[in-house]
Design a protein around this ligand. Structure first.
Ligand SMILES: *Cc1c(COP(=O)(O)O)cnc(C)c1O
Length: 233
């Protein structure tokens, strides 16, 4: 029999220290970087233990699993849930109803469904455009050249609020190579802001490259393994 996974407050503190150190070396306020604990494939009990250690923001990749965890933690006030997985059209309603943020909007159709399905009595859904930078292998993401048109369309939708950009670059060998795509994402946000947007959020950096992301201006880092250990799946 497998032993139940244990939550280590020391691992969470270590990640917070890594963020703080990178922020300081970039001359940034460590509080300007939010830590999103990626709890996909981890049991709700582990999320609850992380809450007890002071963590309030959680990221989930699968709609149904996320909904179940939101329900399991419904007694805890003040948590924020971020959907960071690939979004299928038939899952937008659940996501619009249960999550506070969506990081993976990459086409107008998904955005308009989220806006139409966001409950009237909830705050607007906070959304990021997932951008597929040149060397990204994954399927998701809008091409940088298409981002201005998508940003304009999303901004016009009533029940969602465009906050920024997100990317998932492939692993890179060294710090300088890790920084390159993050820099491109920051420059894309700067160019959207120069064109009249007021974006304030860059979701970039994971367990292995969070320092590079913070050095390039990440405001949310998404960290799973370094907090919770290896995923059981
Ligand atoms: C799983 C996942 C993460 C966390 O990755 P780790 O390497 O475990 O830190 C971050 N972002 C996305 C989109 C993910 O799917």
């Amino acid at each position: 029999m497998l032993t139940a996974p244990q939550f280590s407050p020391a691992a969470l503190q270590m990640v917070r220290a890594r963020i703080a150190r990178a922020a300081e070396s970039a001359g940034r306020d460590p509080d300007s970087v939010r830590l999103l604990a990626v709890s996909k494939q981890q049991p709700a009990a582990l999320v609850r233990a992380a809450v007890a250690a002071g963590q309030t923001e959680f990221g989930e990749n699968y709609a149904q699993e996320g909904i179940d965890k939101v329900a399991a933690l419904a007694d805890v006030p003040g948590l924020a849930w971020h959907f960071i997985g690939q979004l299928q059209g038939n899952k937008t309603r659940e996501v619009a109803e249960c999550f506070d943020w969506v990081h993976t909007v990459d086409r107008e159709r998904i955005a308009s469904r989220l806006s139409a399905q966001r409950p009237r009595d909830a705050a607007p859904l906070q959304v990021l455009l997932q951008v597929r930078l040149a060397d990204e292998p994954g399927k998701g993401g809008v091409a940088p050249a298409e981002a201005p048109a998508l940003a304009a369309a999303v901004t016009a939708m009533p029940r969602i609020r465009l906050r920024g950009l997100m990317c998932i670059p492939p692993p890179a060998a060294d710090l300088e190579a890790q920084r390159r795509p993050f820099r491109r994402l920051r420059e894309l946000m700067e160019s959207l802001n120069a064109a009249g947007h007021a974006l304030d959020t860059l979701s970039m950096g994971m367990s292995d490259d969070l320092e590079a992301a913070v050095l390039e201006g990440a405001t949310i880092v998404r960290v799973g393994t370094a907090i919770f250990g290896r995923r059981p799946g």
